[in-house]
Design a binder for this molecule. Structure first.
Ligand code: MUC
Ligand code: MG
Length: 392
């Protein structure tokens, strides 16, 4: 049976026998509230559950693809909330895409851009589901649709974010014992700067000098505080300082980047690729955190990686505490990047009390494995989805 193509691609000499009709039949969004095993604090928010939007795309051939949009504390880490993501998909993105050929990823991204400005988490979740559905139709992993894998596993950082140094030390020691994580990201900015430094000193003393520690201030410090506190971070051999000042204060970020021997990790300061080109031009940092909630799609994230590298900026595989669905979408792209100097931080599947998939992602020997199999390589656990779906 030949593939039915829509009018917007040139007719072929003979229809390619790729299987079946990949036009988009429906896109359904479901709000998910997934409890976490402990409270997770950032400078500007605190959660006890993760807010996701699960996306199911069904094609005319009957195949269903899945994707996930993540938030952190409602519209706090970024401007999107689960409610806004649900509304953007139901009212704007689905109408823009139904009837289109799911395989036309670039054309579908253009259609989504015309239907909604920014709304990157929503767009990325839809595109992830499109890639998953096409991958299942073709019997190929999503990575094969993105240039092919250069790695099938990568290092994975664990975030310490309870604010209680004693609890965090125990948690880190457990991750080391399980051989799941040996590098740690410590969330700062929700206590006083002095308390942050004392907490870091306690963790460094307890974990020893060989463990890699990075800090994420989530925009909470001023330039003056950075000038005062960075020497203490250097003393503690912190490997990266993530987004120390407000995302909009690019000049301040560039000035503090020039003052310290610790590389700065650019996160909230650059969502779009033009924002990335600007912060790179202004020398705001030396490493960039790649995230689907910022790039708005898998193809755009690959372009972000290319832009960063063209400025000599190293790459860090970022997250927003996704479940195995969103983590698998990131893994599919990260696995195809020739360089990913800092590995990833997709610890999300392990901070959830219950994951959303039948077989959660595998963590072993301090690495996370890229799931094998067609599409994203994960399948929903419908019972868990029903249990955690918000009753609308
Ligand atoms: C961020 O700002 O990096 C990633 C890990 C974490 O704990 O928070 C997220 C967002
Ligand atoms: Mg960050």
């Amino acid at each position: 049976m030949s593939i039915n193509v829509t009018e917007n691609i040139p007719p072929r000499a003979a229809p390619i026998e790729l299987g079946r009709d990949t036009r988009i039949r429906s896109i359904v969004a479901t709000i998910i509230e997934a409890p976490t095993v402990r409270r997770h604090k950032l400078s500007n928010t605190e959660i006890a559950h993760q807010g996701f939007v699960l996306v199911r795309v069904q094609l005319e051939n009957g195949v269903t693809g899945i994707g996930e949009a993540s938030t952190l504390g409602g519209p706090r880490w970024a401007e999107e909330s689960v409610e806004s993501i649900w509304a953007a998909i139901a009212n704007y993105l689905e109408p823009a895409l139904v009837g289109q050929n799911a395989m036309l990823f670039e054309a579908n991204a253009v259609r989504m851009a015309k239907a909604a400005t920014r709304n990157f988490a929503a767009k990325a979740a839809v595109e992830s589901a499109l890639f998953d559905a096409v991958g299942h139709t073709l019997g190929l992993p999503v990575s094969a649709l993105l240039g092919g894998q250069v790695r099938d596993r990568m290092g994975v950082i664990w975030a310490l974010a309870s604010g209680d140094a004693g609890q965090e030390l125990e948690e880190a020691r457990e991750k080391l014992r399980l051989r799941h994580h040996k590098d740690f990201k410590i969330k700062l900015g929700f206590n006083s700067p002095e308390a942050d430094i004392v907490r870091l000193q306690h963790l460094r003393a307890g974990l020893g000098d060989d463990v890699k520690l990075i800090v994420d201030v989530n925009q909470a410090w001023t330039e003056a505080l950075c000038i005062r506190l960075f020497p203490a971070l250097e003393e503690l051999n912190v490997a990266l300082i993530e987004q120390p000042v407000q995302a909009s204060q690019r000049e301040a970020m560039a000035r503090v980047a020039a003052r310290t021997r610790i590389p700065l990790l650019i996160d909230e300061a650059a969502f779009t690729n033009s924002e990335l080109a600007s912060v790179a031009t202004q020398a705001c940092g030396s490493v960039y955190s790649l995230k689907l909630v910022k790039s708005g799609g898998l193809l755009e994230l690959k372009r972000a990686a290319g832009i960063a590298q063209s400025f000599g900026i190293e790459l860090y595989g970022g997250c927003l505490l996704e479940s195995s669905i969103g983590a698998a979408a990131h893994m599919a792209v990260f696995s195809t990047l020739p360089r990913l100097e800092w590995g990833s931080e997709h610890f999300g599947p392990r901070i959830l009390v219950e994951d959303l998939v039948a077989a959660p992602l595998v963590f072993e020997e301090f690495e996370i494995r890229v799931p094998a199999g067609p599409g994203l390589g994960v399948t929903l656990d419908e019972d868990k989805v029903r249990m955690m779906a918000r009753k609308m």
